[in-house]
Ligand binder design. Structure first.
Ligand code: PLP
Length: 409
């Protein structure tokens, strides 16, 4: 068992040990990881790090003490709401990530339903098969069930099938913009219409798309309205630590109005230390993540986000074109930074294993079998290298791997 050292270790030694520990990590800086990382340039990273460090010790639980963080959070929420057509009635808060935002959206929907449309038995969340597992996790913790419905041939939510799955217990409908597996946006307007018709809470999971889709739309990408511009949408989750390019530990959860927002909070005062009222699941919140979000959003501004988005979309298109030329199939019609591809002639796992042997971190899709990529600016300079390795992997897919370094991730 690893034990606390008896005597403290100096920073120089610790730094060395940590550098050594990093040595076997995936080389994300050189674009080898199309997951986990959202990079928009060294300058953006520097701003995020400096801002994080300035507010490293401050705690977002104590907004009465840290007026700075209260201002940052309020302005971040304002910027997010304005990007997502929130209007003056819109409300929201920062959370520590997509899972927390989704957890709180489910909690809000559950509490709303208890008040506005109580059901007998376990309340249900209706969602497409491609929605993120965070909904199941939240449902598990909060005493709801999820009902996952198969998607259509284009991998987006099948609204008619979802209509058929509505039961007297259904309280919430979810659409993703985009869903993580294929990177395609669900038909949000049709789902919201279904929600309105059946008096259900409609949540849009824009954890991945919230801070890239608005800019892609402005750049002319044919993305249908997916935010509060669609009537019937009650809440939206949008992660800053993904395509907002801020420090990890930052997401936003938005509500159409103050009434819906009211269901997010938890209010308690039956203990000796007075009232404990929090909007979030967590208590202590990293001041650094709140500050870094504010700093990065202001540093990039609309022009900066447009520039980065344009480059990421071009990088995705370059992958699509190159992969198609190699005879591979792109699953669905990806619209943002995610794409997934498979092969009708080759074993995609064999291709993936070869890519892994060259140092690429490979993420697999299982329905249909494929390889998943979530792209950022680290991938821009390595498109050709990636495609060359895919071409090599296809050529050698039937032979045993001979490369010295086997996959370690
Ligand atoms: C669509 C979608 N929703 C939610 C999440 C969960 O976000 P987090 O990992 O920040 O909790 C993810 C993560 O990739 C996602 O892709």
């Amino acid at each position: 068992m690893h034990r606390l050292p008896e005597q403290g270790v100096g920073w120089a030694e610790l730094e060395q040990q940590m550098q050594a520990a990093k040595a076997k990590d995936v080389d994300w800086v050189n674009g080898r990881a199309a997951v986990y990382i959202h990079y928009a340039g060294d300058d953006v990273l520097e701003v995020a790090k400096k801002a994080y460090q300035m507010f490293f010790s401050e705690n977002g639980l104590g907004l009465r003490a840290f007026h700075s963080l209260a201002k940052f959070e309020s302005e971040v929420v304002g910027m997010g709401l304005s990007l997502l057509n929130g209007g003056n009635a819109g409300r929201g808060a920062m959370t520590t990530g997509g899972t927390e935002s989704i957890f709180l959206a489910v909690k809000a929907a559950r509490d709303w339903a208890r008040q506005a449309r109580p059901v007998t038995g376990t309340p249900e969340i209706l969602l497409a098969r491609t929605a993120h597992p965070a909904f199941d996790k939240a449902a598990h913790f909060l005493g709801l069930h999820t009902v996952r419905v198969p998607v259509g041939a284009d991998f987006t939510a099948d609204v008619e099938a979802m209509r058929g799955a509505v039961t007297p217990q259904t309280v919430m409908v979810v659409g993703s913009a985009p869903a993580y597996p294929h990177g395609v946006v669900d038909p949000i307007a049709a789902l919201a219409a279904l929600a309105t018709e059946k008096n259900l809470w409609m949540h849009v999971d824009a954890c991945v798309g919230g801070y890239i889709a608005p800019f892609a739309k402005k750049l002319g990408a044919p993305i249908a309205d997916f935010d509060f511009a669609v009537s019937g949408v009650t809440s939206i989750s949008a992660d800053l630590h993904k395509y907002g390019y801020t420090a990890k530990g930052a997401s936003t959860l938005f509500f159409r109005d103050a009434d819906a927002f009211g269901f997010m909070a938890y209010d308690f005062d039956n203990w000796p230390r007075g009232r404990y009222l929090t909007n979030t699941l967590v208590g202590t919140r990293p001041g650094g993540a709140i500050a870094a979000a504010w700093a990065v959003m202001n540093y990039l501004g609309e022009a900066g986000y447009l520039r980065v988005t344009e480059r990421i979309l071009a990088t995705r298109r370059a992958h699509e074109e190159g992969l198609r030329k190699l005879g591979l199939t792109i699953w669905g019609r990806p619209e943002l930074g995610i794409l997934a591809y498979g092969s009708e002639t080759h074993d995609i796992r064999a291709i993936g294993e070869r890519l892994a042997s060259k140092g690429w971190l490979v993420g697999y899709l299982t329905e249909p079998m494929g390889i998943h990529l979530m792209l950022n600016l680290t991938h821009e300079p390595v498109v050709d290298a990636y495609l060359a390795d895919v071409a090599w992997a296809i050529r050698t897919a039937d032979k045993p791997i001979t490369t010295a370094h086997a996959a370690t991730y």
